[in-house]
Unconditional design. Structure first.
Length: 402
């Protein structure tokens, strides 16, 4: 016999049957049979359990539904008007079957209403978008504090609207739930999966670098392709696929909602190439790859634009990475967004030097380290030869090999 917990997981699909066309008896039975075939759920027993809190075996529950529909027709003839299905269910169990001794009014809006404070998406059982963003913010803070890798995946089902139109929203909801199960089977306990909106899903992969995340995304994509190639509805293969975008903290974004947008952009770029693939943000949207300078034979100093002709004041600047477009560094000096600075790059072996003007575009205080900041600066390259100078510096300093 079905449990209330099992029935509740399918509550939305089941009550939608009654909302769609409550006066079409044949359609109601057909839809319930369809739910049972597609999901393996005891659909008749589940719906009666939700509406009346009475538990039945599936075969008995189906007989009750057939009797309820007959009873509604008889009530309609006696009263000379259409009788609502909820009224027929209530009257059947109170006055005909007499199994309800403490009847309750069956309000489908109340039955189907999701607790707004719930962190769970009712259709898939995954976390919802609000919970996902909160978790991503928390993981970003942890990654920043302990200098950990962190990657996000943005997954979208290809051509899902067409699938919904072809097979109906009921089948679409079952497919969404299958996608959620396949995702959960391919990730670790420390990872987090959520339904962000419609047919879009998000995954947080803590302590995972870019290549590892790419492999996770590929495993998910291939598993979806294999599963839905074998999946059929009414004898027709669904052949549903997914496209995944990937973005990494902090290289692609250091703020949660921005990291989500970067991963989504990578997903759309992959879709533009035909879908059923994995898109990596920096490969599609970033013009310059950043290189780690912490272990290279180079010296990088930062000074205010006003002091360009003199040695900089004593400030602690620790370069993190550099590209042909900008520099990321740590500092104990407080900058403001828009400040102009001069960045002096020097090869530690032959003293070759490049001096560039730059503008501060990001500054964030490092958690757990008061008065120390992570600062991003974009080079103000006025001439083509300046970009060539940066490229040559990276090559000569051995940075590009990193």
């Amino acid at each position: 016999m079905i449990t209330l917990e099992e029935a509740t997981r399918y509550r939305e699909e089941l009550t939608e049957v009654l909302r769609e066309d409550a006066h079409n008896e044949e359609r109601i039975l057909k839809r319930l049979d369809q739910i049972r075939t597609q999901s393996g759920l005891q659909a008749y027993a589940a719906l009666l359990l939700i509406l009346t809190n009475l538990g039945f075996e599936e075969s008995e529950a189906r007989r009750h539904w057939e009797e309820i529909l007959k009873h509604r027709r008889a009530l309609g003839q006696s009263l000379g008007r259409n009788v609502g299905l909820r009224i027929a269910v209530l009257d059947y169990f109170v006055n005909v079957n007499r199994q309800l001794t403490s009847p309750r009014i069956i309000d489908l809006a109340l039955v189907d209403r999701q607790d707004p404070s719930s962190p769970i998406d009712p259709r898939t059982g995954l976390w919802n978008a609000r919970q996902f963003l909160a978790a991503l913010q928390k993981e970003i803070r942890r990654a920043k504090r302990y200098r950990l890798d962190l990657t996000m995946l943005y997954l979208d089902i290809d051509d899902f609207r067409e699938i919904n139109e072809r097979y109906g929203e009921l089948v679409g909801d079952i497919l969404l739930r299958e996608v959620a199960i396949l995702i959960k089977n391919k990730i670790r306990d420390i990872d987090m999966a959520a339904r962000l909106a419609g047919e879009e899903f998000g995954l947080i992969l803590p302590e995972t670098e870019r290549m590892g995340s790419f492999l996770v995304a590929e495993r998910i994509r291939k598993e979806m392709e294999r599963h839905f190639l074998r999946r059929d509805v009414d004898g027709r293969a669904i052949a549903m696929t997914v496209t995944i975008g990937m973005a990494k903290y902090p290289e692609d974004a250091a703020i949660a909602d921005r990291l989500v947008r970067r991963a989504e952009e990578a997903m759309h770029q992959a879709k533009a190439r035909g879908g059923n693939s994995v898109g990596v943000y920096y490969r599609e949207r970033r013009n310059y790859i950043r290189f780690d300078v912490s272990r290279q034979h180079v010296s990088i100093r930062v000074q205010t634009a006003e002091g360009a002709g003199v040695e900089p004041a004593q400030s602690d600047h620790a370069p993190l990475n550099i590209s042909r477009s900008g520099l990321l560094f740590e500092s104990d000096k407080t900058y403001a967004i828009g400040d102009e600075v001069v960045i002096v790059c020097q090869d530690g072996r032959d003293q070759a030097r490049v001096t560039l003007r730059a503008r501060i575009v990001r500054i964030e205080e490092i958690e757990g380290e008061p008065r120390r900041f992570e600062v991003g600066a974009v080079f103000l390259l006025e001439w083509d030869h300046q970009e060539a100078q940066v490229t040559e510096f990276l090559r000569r300093g051995g940075v590009a090999a990193g």
